[in-house]
Design a protein around this ligand. Structure first.
Ligand SMILES: [Fe+2]
Length: 393
């Protein structure tokens, strides 16, 4: 089908001559007597090309051009200008007209301009379609890539959790301690304004803090009585062992630093490097407070945990000696209730996960029993009516 061409001129005779000529050449023409009417005509149906007079009473050709560029950017506009109006013609090109012709245009010039404009428009639209398609493809691939990366990150995280659970199991402990310390650590870090990847890395450092205990012999790690000084020396190697284990894994390089310095103290009395103050990674300074809180408020086989109020008081007392004062302030800002809520929420989440696992196991068991019953049934039937027995597979 021939493309629709809109001819805009206030002079009726010009409109008629051009549209009759173009119709004879096989074009589909519509006319408008002014710029505003032209916009109404274009609103009714897709109009690939407009040929418009420049000088018209009221809204002129330049106004029409600007409005078409804004509302119908896919419509090409050819301007018709009077003799001696070259400046306006050039200006129209600058504003987005595809071409201009002097009035009255010769038929051959007009057709050539129309064909050029339509061909240019076709190419431009194909290019835009291709670009959109390309953008969609890039968007889809990015979404897929993000999902894959998230999957990898989840796998990493689950691997680390399994590793820590194995370590805790060796000490005959549940992994609740490690995970609670992660929660307290990240809550304090968040209060200090740490967010995003930094927060994740600090959380990972807290989770893995004692990973080096893997290298401490059972005789030392699990010794129920007091350690000798030689055994203490052995035990004190665990931050370095942990650091050596994970420092070469690129996404664990910051957590490795936290692992190495998790036993350091603000006043320099910690180990293994006697670091002090800001020399200690902020993640390790935060961890120290979180770890003390959890150690004090958790029950041990040989003693009951103290109250959160007591633990908070003790940590506050050790600000500026054992702990970074600023970290203690952020910790205090969470408050007793906030800290208790973190512990409760974690316990509730754990109970919910355990219940879900049990429900899943029960469901699987019931399905198994159903399948067994169906097989028994089929066998009984086959015994009763040997002729109807199903063909062996
Ligand atoms: Fe430790």
């Amino acid at each position: 089908m021939a493309p629709r061409i809109l001819i805009v001129d206030d002079d009726e005779s010009v409109r008629d001559v051009i549209s009759v000529l173009l119709k004879e050449e096989g074009y589909n023409c519509v006319v408008a007597s002014g710029a505003e009417m032209a916009l109404d005509v274009a609103a009714a149906e897709e109009t690939p090309l407009v040929i418009s007079d420049m000088k018209m009473p009221g809204r002129d050709g330049m106004w029409l051009l600007e409005n078409f560029r804004a509302k119908y950017p896919d419509t090409s506009v050819i301007m018709l200008t009077g003799y001696g109006d070259t400046e306006a013609a050039v200006d129209s090109l600058r504003k987005g007209a595809v071409d201009y012709l002097l009035k009255p245009p010769r038929l051959t010039d007009l057709i050539r301009a129309i064909e050029r404009a339509l061909a240019k428009r076709r190419i431009e639209m194909a290019r835009r379609r291709y670009q959109k398609k390309l953008e969609r493809k890039v968007r889809d691939r990015t979404t897929e890539l993000r999902a894959a990366l998230k999957n990898i990150a989840n796998t990493y995280q689950n691997t680390l959790l399994a590793l820590v659970a194995a370590l805790d199991a060796r000490e005959h402990e549940t992994s609740d301690h490690s995970q609670r310390v992660v929660r307290y650590t990240t809550a304090i870090a968040a209060k200090l304004g740490i967010a995003g990847q930094d927060l994740e890395e600090i959380g990972r450092g807290a989770l893995l803090h004692d990973i080096g205990k893997i290298g401490v012999p059972d005789a030392v790690l699990l010794k129920p009585s007091k350690l000798t000084s030689a055994e203490w020396a052995e035990m004190r190697k665990h931050p370095e062992i942990g650091y050596q284990m994970i420092q070469n894994i690129p996404f664990l390089s910051i957590p490795a630093t936290i692992v190495l310095s998790h036993q350091e103290r603000w006043d320099g009395a910690g180990y293994p490097r006697n670091l002090q103050r800001q020399e200690i990674h902020i993640g390790a300074r935060i961890f120290a407070v979180a770890d003390t809180l959890d150690a004090m408020t958790s029950d041990r086989p040989y003693r009951k945990g103290t109250s959160f109020a007591n633990a908070i008081h003790e940590i506050q007392r050790c600000a500026n000696t054992q702990f970074d004062d600023e970290v203690v302030r952020a910790f205090m800002a969470i408050g007793e209730e906030g800290l208790i809520r973190i512990k409760r929420e974690m316990a509730a989440e754990k109970a919910a996960t355990a219940a879900e696992l049990e429900a899943r196991a029960r469901h699987a068991e019931a399905e198994h029993a159903d399948a067994d019953a169906a097989v028994e049934n089929a066998l009984a039937k086959a015994k009763a009516n040997p002729e109807e027995a199903p063909e062996p597979l």
